[in-house]
Structure formats: structure tokens, C-alpha cells
Design a protein around this ligand. Structure first.
Ligand SMILES: Nc1nc2c(ncn2[C@@H]2O[C@H](COP(=O)(O)OP(=O)(O)OP(=O)(O)O)[C@@H](O)[C@H]2O)c(=O)[nH]1
Ligand SMILES: [Mg+2]
Length: 184
């Protein structure tokens, strides 16, 4: 994954970046004037070269704007305005479309803004696999531990300083969402 923090001309990206820092995920920060100059495209293109990449994010974050900066002019798609009050987008893009990169091999897929995020298709026992930094801490867990129960070994392991407590909190939040869904 590559994290693209758009619109840094409107607010600093630092706080959000801090929440991802311990994961060591690659990131780029873009802003309006860098889009116009082509600098943002140069920055992002380096990571996309030779790959097929899907842009994913909420409506209005600037996915299509960035895609347009990366593809030939005659392949540009329509961008939308965000709501002046809420700052949210208007779900301008309604279909996913793969477009060839300009000045490099590779494709970029512009997608519609995410409306909701659900894990109901994911087996709850597999959610931990998305947290490889926590997996070693599950060795002391009881059999078939849900990782959201009193006997879970992760609490003590994280308390010993092996992982960021925010990561365990994040895992448990996802597991809890899953529970609620099941009760629906
Ligand atoms: N200030 C600022 N505005 C930006 C930036 N990038 C995009 N925008 C604006 O954000 C608005 C939404 O951009 P889009 O590219 O349509 O957003 P999207 O993520 O494709 O939205 P959906 O297609 O609805 O999912 C447009 O008005 C863009 O001009 C940026 O770096 N800075
Ligand atoms: Mg769009």
C-alpha cells in the first residue's frame, strides 16, 4: 500500500501521518499547487511505475484529480466539488476505470468513493492476520481465542511494550464491529 495524503494546502498532514508512523507504510503528501505544476504527479508516479494501482478513499478526497494528473489529457475524468458545509464529496465517480499512466509503464484505476466499510465477509479468526505486528503476541492465547476476551494474551504482551497499544485497540475495534454486524 501507498498512503497518499491529499489537500495538504488546506491542513497539515502531520497528525494523520503520526497514526500510521509505527506501521512504516510508504506515503506521499500532495497539495493543490503541486498538482498544477505536475510535481505531485512526478512524486506519485515513481511508486506506480510498472504496477496496476487502484486509488481508494472517501468521496471528495481527490482521487480523480490525482488520476487526471497522471494520465494523458484526453483520458481525463470528471471531478466534483465537495459540499461547502460538510467538506464531503458528492460521489462524482460512479464506476471504476483503469487508465494508462503517462510517462511510465503501468495503470491506475480510479474508483468511486467508499460509502461504507464492512467486514461481514471476513472470518473473524482471520482479522488478526492483518496485524502481523501483533501475531507473535498470540502465542500464549487459549485455543480459538477471539482476541477480544479476558484470557487473550495480547493484553499482557502489549503491556510489556512489544507493540503499540493503539494497534491492539484498533484490532479490537474491528473485531467489535464484526460482532455487532453478526447481531444485526
Ligand atoms: N484544496 C485542494 N483541493 C483539492 C486537491 N485535490 C483535489 N481537490 C479538490 O477536491 C474536490 C474533489 O476532487 P475529486 O478528484 O473529484 O474527488 P474524488 O476522490 O475523485 O471523489 P469521488 O469521485 O466522489 O469519490 C475537487 O473540487 C478538487 O478540485 C488538493 O490537493 N487541494
Ligand atoms: Mg472521483
Amino acid at each position: 500500500p501507498l498512503l497518499v495524503l491529499t489537500k495538504s494546502d488546506l491542513a497539515s498532514a502531520d497528525e494523520l501521518l503520526e497514526t500510521y508512523r509505527t506501521l512504516g507504510i510508504r506515503y506521499v503528501v500532495t497539495r493543490r499547487d503541486e498538482l498544477a505544476s505536475g510535481y505531485a504527479a512526478d512524486l506519485v508516479r515513481e511508486y506506480l511505475e510498472g504496477r496496476v494501482t487502484a486509488f481508494v478513499g472517501h468521496s471528495g478526497v481527490g482521487k480523480t484529480t490525482l488520476v487526471n494528473a497522471l494520465v494523458p489529457d484526453d483520458r481525463r475524468r470528471i471531478t466534483g466539488l465537495v459540499n461547502a458545509v460538510t467538506g464531503r464529496g458528492r460521489h462524482t465517480t460512479t464506476s471504476a476505470l483503469a487508465l494508462p499512466l503517462e510517462k511510465a509503464e503501468g495503470w491506475v484505476i480510479d474508483t468511486p468513493g467508499i460509502r461504507s466499510f464492512g467486514l461481514h465477509h471476513v472470518d473473524p479468526s482471520r482479522v488478526i492476520l492483518a496485524f502481523p505486528d501483533l501475531v507473535p503476541g498470540t502465542e500464549g492465547c487459549p485455543r480459538a481465542c477471539s482476541h477480544d476476551e479476558p484470557d487473550c494474551a495480547l493484553d499482557a504482551w502489549v503491556a510489556e511494550g512489544h507493540a503499540d497499544p493503539a494497534r491492539l485497540y484498533s484490532l479490537r475495534r474491528l473485531l467489535a464491529t464484526r460482532e455487532r454486524r453478526e447481531g444485526d
